[in-house]
Design a protein around this ligand. Structure first.
Ligand code: HDE
Length: 670
């Protein structure tokens, strides 16, 4: 151990004192240095997206995209580009819970050979507002209210909904934030979207409009809201833990990069404005072309140095990727550097290890707080003769970034295009695309969020607003929050739907799902072992949860290890529950309230449940049978897999693992 000056430290337990019971001495430079550094350990948290977590990985294209873009990292399927991803919530402070209802940030930094490219997206493809000048207002409305700083990490309060009702361009995004998308099961099971329209520009200078998508290989899956609320208390780190552990295990999260492209000539061929960030390009109208895959395969070494100090900026682009005139994007191009200046204390944050490009970089920018580069030489200006005009700009052929020469003309005016004025058609498209259970979740979300709003007038305004989207939805919200439907309410006439918007149409896999095995002394060991073996071969994870940790004694005196207890684990930590047989085990579990609650909750949250032999008796004690007296009635319910004869365990394993892959059984009556 040394001081920051490199002097070896001989003692780090006691400050220097005048006598062992005397006062501390000013000359204790080691104490002063240690304490001063500690006093300055915090930097301002991000004004939005404060709570986040990152991981390293790489991106590899499937094929050359030369026809569409000259971006170097999209040319050669053999080239792997390193990436750093930071996932985040938006509204909460740095110490808030992971599982709250919110949009999630999905920001990717590609360290390309041509410089850093940042795709700073969200898990929702649209945004609340259409013009960046309204961003401070939006954020002030959803952050805790200024007079009492409540509530934390939640839009369930008056000011947010007051903003929504008085800025109705937010309608579409609110539909998404009230949907299951806002309570993801895992960062590994979320889509990502660039949101804005960007441009791809190829070698010949031809441009196309482009939107970016990340599609998780594991599919898109969510928590139920009650689970998210419980997790906020039981495990505020739920999402970061899930990501960290998956990478540690070698279950590397993968996301395919997709692009939607529109030719410049087709810009006006749609019934929405393609520059409007409150609109999607429905995938059924403009297909998503999958062009590559990102794999996250390395956890960060130090969260502060990486997650906290990483500085994203939508303006970090490389040749071949350019901007559009989306007024939200244009404003973001200013905001990100500006915020880093205050957050990271000066203009040299690009020199921090996590932000440094992997290619060489040089220019005439000098000095400033925390300058790390030691620039050499006499000259710091362009053009010069003293240094042979070095560094000099690169030509386009040499890879110099040349902005796309879009022709622009117009009067200076503070206004929004009329083509941005339809706020309800795509909100309705989203509603039409949901399955019944998804719609029910949304109604519940609206009733919860708006139910927390104290102003009846604001609640009424919101119902009036959503009556322009869908009558049934608005009626249900009105009913839940004690206001009335407006007279002459007129819902959107849109009847189309976009199946790609429903999570029910997503990929479904059992891999990396977590199962709780409920057991106690007397459990039938071979059932546990055999099922666990089958889980392992399918990449399903399992913990034995019991009344105590350590070894359980099985029916036949073998040992089964309990990894968790009913105190350390909760059903919300798991995707499924398995109850093996063994009369002794079941008889004991029947008397344990926590075991009963565990099972009841998993059932209520629509999770797959497996019972083997006597295991099903626990369902009876948990009341899963709708007060039916027949214990095996539960086995007829959706997503409940049972077996009576231990001989048939292979059949059980197959059916149960398939059910685990289904994620949830929304049509189960609970
Ligand atoms: Fe951001 N946003 N944003 N944003 N944003 C920030 O930059 C801003 C918007 C997004 O993990 C800030 O470094 C404005 C849309 C992510 O570090 C700030 C507007 C989308 C992250 C900022 C938007 C995003 C941020 C705060 C409206 C989805 C976290 C701290 C014009 C496409 C990045 C920071 C990370 C962070 C400004 C709207 C995504 C203040 C002005 C739309 C993922 O600069």
């Amino acid at each position: 151990m040394t001081t920051n000056q490199g002097v070896k430290v001989s003692e780090d337990e006691h400050s220097l004192k005048a006598g062992s019971r005397g006062p501390t001495l000013m000359e204790d430079f080691h104490f002063r240095e240690k304490m001063t550094h500690f006093d300055h350990e915090r930097i301002p948290e991000r004004v939005v997206h404060a709570r986040g977590f990152g991981a390293h990985g790489f991106f590899q294209p499937y094929e050359s995209m030369a026809e569409y873009t000259r971006a170097g990292f999209l040319q050669d399927p053999n080239v792997k580009t390193p990436v750093f991803v930071r996932f985040s919530t938006v509204a909460g402070s740095k110490g808030s819970a992971d599982s709250v209802r919110d949009a999630r940030g999905f920001a990717v930094k590609f360290y390309t050979e041509e410089g850093n490219y940042d795709l700073v997206g969200n898990n929702i493809p649209v945004f609340f507002i259409q013009d960046a000048i309204k961003f401070p207002d939006l954020v002030h409305s959803f952050k805790p209210e200024p007079h009492n700083e409540m509530p934390q990490a939640s839009t369930a309060h008056d000011t947010f909904w007051d903003f929504a009702a008085n800025n109705q361009e937010s309608a579409h995004m609110i539909m998404w934030t009230m949907s299951d998308r806002a309570v993801p099961r895992s960062y590994r099971m979320m889509e990502g979207f660039g949101v804005h329209t960007f441009r791809f520009v190829n070698e010949q200078g031809r441009a196309r409009f482009v939107k970016f998508h990340w599609k998780p290989v594991l599919g898109v899956h969510s928590l139920v809201f009650e689970e998210a609320l419980t997790l906020a208390g039981k495990d505020p780190d739920f999402h970061r833990r899930d990501l960290w552990e998956a990478i540690e295990r070698g279950d590397y999260p993968e996301y395919e990069l997709g692009v939607q492209m529109i030719d410049e000539e087709e810009e006006f061929n749609f019934d929405f404005d393609i520059l409007d960030p409150t609109k999607i390009w429905p995938e059924e109208v403009v297909p998503v072309k999958k062009i590559g895959k990102m794999t996250l395969n390395r956890n960060q070494d130090n969260v502060f140095a990486e997650t906290e100090q990483v500085a994203f900026h939508p303006g970090n682009v490389v040749p071949g990727i350019d901007f559009s005139n989306d007024p939200l994007l244009q404003g973001r191009l200013f905001s990100y550097t500006d915020t880093q200046l205050i957050r990271l204390g000066g203009p040299n944050f690009h020199e921090l290890p996590i932000n440094r490009p992997v290619c060489p970089f040089h220019n005439n920018q000098y000095d400033g707080y925390n300058r790390m580069t030691i620039n050499k030489g006499q000259v710091a200006y362009h053009k010069n003769s003293l240094q042979n005009n070095d560094p000099r700009p690169a030509t386009e052929e040499e890879g110099g970034y040349v902005h796309y020469q879009e022709k622009v003309e117009g009067r200076k005016i503070r206004a929004r295009s009329d083509s941005f004025k339809d706020h309800f058609s795509q909100a309705k498209l989203f509603w039409n695309s949901m399955t019944e259970p998804e719609k029910m979740h949304m109604i519940g979300a609206f009733q919860f969020e708006l139910g927390k709003v104290k102003s009846k007038d604001v609640r009424q305004q919101v119902v009036n607003m959503f009556s322009h989207v869908d009558t049934y939805l608005a009626e249900q919200i009105a009913k839940g929050v004690g206001v009335t439907m407006p007279e002459n309410a007129e819902e959107s006439k849109v009847t189309a739907s976009s199946p790609a918007l429903s999570q029910e149409n997503t990929a479904k896999w059992p891999q990396t799902r977590k199962v709780a095995i409920l057991a106690a002394d007397g459990v039938r060991a071979e059932e546990v072992m055999e099922v666990m073996k089958a889980f392992k071969s399918e990449g399903v994870l399992a913990d034995v949860v019991s009344t105590h940790q350590g070894m359980l004694k099985s029916e036949t005196n073998e040992h089964v290890e309990a990894h968790q207890t009913f105190l350390t684990a909760d059903s919300v930590h798991y995707d499924a529950v398995f109850v093996p047989g063994g009369q002794g085990s079941i008889d004991q579990l029947k008397t344990e309230r926590e075991a009963i609650d565990f099972l009841r909750q998993a059932h209520k949250h629509f999770k797959p449940i497996g019972f083997v032999n006597e295991g099903a008796e626990l369902a009876q004690s948990a009341g899963l049978n709708d007060l039916e007296l027949e214990p095996r009635k539960v086995c007829e319910q959706e997503g409940v897999v049972c077996i009576t004869n231990a001989e048939e365990l292979t059949t059980f394993n197959k059916a149960f693992i398939q059910a685990i892959g289904q994620h949830r059984f929304w049509n189960r009556k609970v």
